[in-house]
Ligand binder design. Structure first.
Ligand SMILES: Nc1nc2c(ncn2[C@@H]2O[C@H](COP(=O)(O)OP(=O)(O)OP(=O)(O)O)[C@@H](O)[C@H]2O)c(=O)[nH]1
Ligand SMILES: [Mg+2]
Length: 220
């Protein structure tokens, strides 16, 4: 597994670079997902189960972005999926240039699905287009149902909201309906799934969405 050291790319327009990257990926038939959430919300655990379930159908790679360490990339490689660990040089997000550099490290192999596990936080990753065709965010039950009120941009820019750790719901006052109402108030088109990576509950619906998105990318 490779570790690459990235620096924020200084370009005139991140949005323009992201649009070019998105087009290249779609032309290649590769779906890139920008996966965003707070630290510890369950991004890597969700990916582990998703890879286990889908790896026989799709060629999957993961780009782990962190300020430091390689623990997440090591977890992904254990499942037999290709992983690169990107160090963001202290930055709290990935931009399109950094994403391109991390993709280059994956080499020439063709992937159906590449997931970028962005740096854990609900603020900066929402502000930067990485070039991914889809943005997926996680909110875990222990974080609370008020997060759409506090971090509205993340909910506004995401295509999918996955409410995770539903197995611990009995121990928290998490109002699912209020949370969904708040998220849809910001983003009426957001797709919402409820899952537990511990029990596997809800994974069928999330993986069906993902499979459809992979197939649609190839048709474009
Ligand atoms: N009970 C329960 N625990 C979970 C679930 N998903 C993840 N966890 C636990 O939550 C903790 C954090 O999970 P990770 O998958 O490492 O979270 P992450 O979002 O990748 O964290 P960072 O990469 O550090 O931002 C671990 O102890 C997991 O076992 C779940 O569905 N239910
Ligand atoms: Mg992680």
């Amino acid at each position: 597994m490779r570790i690459i050291e990235l620096k924020e790319t200084v370009t005139a327009s991140n949005d323009r670079d992201a649009a070019i990257l998105r087009k290249e990926l779609t032309n290649k038939g590769t779906l890139l997902i920008n996966l965003m959430a707070s630290p510890g919300a369950g991004k890597t655990t969700l990916l582990e189960r998703t890879i286990r379930d889908l790896k026989d159908r799709f060629n999957i790679a993961v780009m782990e972005a962190d300020v430091d360490s390689d623990v997440d990339a090591v977890r992904i490689e254990k499942l037999g999926a290709k992983a690169v660990q990107a160090h963001t040089g202290g930055m709290c997000h990935m931009d399109a240039g950094m994403t391109r550099a991390a993709l280059d490290e994956l080499g020439d192999e063709r992937f159906d699905l590449v997931v970028l596990e962005n740096v854990g936080n609900l603020i900066c990753p929402a502000e930067f287009d990485t070039g991914a065709q889809k943005r997926v965010m996680l909110l875990s039950v222990p974080e609370g149902d008020d997060k759409p009120l506090k971090y509205p941009l993340m909910f506004t820019v995401s295509d999918v909201l996955i409410l995770t750790k539903t197995d611990v719901a009995p121990y928290f006052d998490f109002d699912f309906e209020a949370c969904k109402r708040r998220a849809r108030g910001l983003n009426p088109n957001i797709e919402i799934f409820e899952v537990s990576a511990k029990t596997g509950e809800g994974f069928e619906a999330w993986e069906a969405w993902l499979e459809k998105a992979v197939r649609e990318t190839k048709e474009n």
